[in-house]
Design a protein around this ligand. Sequence first.
Ligand SMILES: Nc1nc2c(ncn2[C@@H]2O[C@H](COP(=O)(O)OP(=O)(O)OP(=O)(O)O)[C@@H](O)[C@H]2O)c(=O)[nH]1
Ligand SMILES: [Mg+2]
Length: 239
Amino acid sequence: MSPTHRLGTELCSFRSLLAPYHTSIKAACVCTENAKPCSVKRANIVMLGLDCAGKSTLLYKLRYEDDFLTMPTIGFNVDMIEVGKDFTLTFWDVGGQKKMRELWSNFLGDTDGLLYVVDSSAKHRLEESRREFELILKHESLKNVPVVVLANKQDLPGALNAEEITRRFKMKKYCSDRNWYVQPCCAITGQGLAEALQRVATFARQYSKSKETFTTLKELTLTFGSMTGVKAKRSKRKD
Ligand SMILES: Nc1nc2c(ncn2[C@@H]2O[C@H](COP(=O)(O)OP(=O)(O)OP(=O)(O)O)[C@@H](O)[C@H]2O)c(=O)[nH]1
Ligand SMILES: [Mg+2]
């Protein structure tokens, strides 16, 4: 295990204790980032999925391109990955055990992308996973947020392929209001992970741009609205 990995683990366990304060952690991160002006755009990606789906294995493979012996996540792990020179994704890997799922909704504020991880070989748990997926998509904070479903554990015999996961998870129905994609992958070998990263980055970039445009339009409408309000009052006085 490399020193970076050890540090990662220590940070994870420390952060796990802070799980309920996720929103304030995000806010604190933004404050520190705002202190130094930089042109790097940042986006938040939330990783969800049942326990044992492979979320933490996946994040370590993506981040360190190395294997990592994971433990079930109690709380969450957080890591940043640069995509190109001007875009950084912050991944929030939240534990998927039943008790942890009750806390998922606390991690959804200010999200620019959802990475939902499925163990494609665990057929007996697919329906449970689909139900959780359906529930989480209904959350107000995830409205229009792009989704990448990772059909993980493609190396295992009998794993369902991306087309079958698309069908079973009713992607066309549940995600008709947003960008979505189903990527087959294997967190152990890393197969499909680069594609998944590119896809989630493209979606998150588009989504955060559309959020910015919406905010600008809203501000313009407010300014323009108040200006016309003043004008209307002035012309009323003249009359
Ligand atoms: N064969 C195979 N095993 C995998 C793959 N991805 C993860 N695993 C294994 O699945 C087990 C669970 O992986 P984790 O990454 O801890 O799962 P998790 O989704 O983070 O689970 P929670 O933290 O409990 O939510 C570990 O033993 C991993 O080695 C994969 O693509 N193929
Ligand atoms: Mg985990």
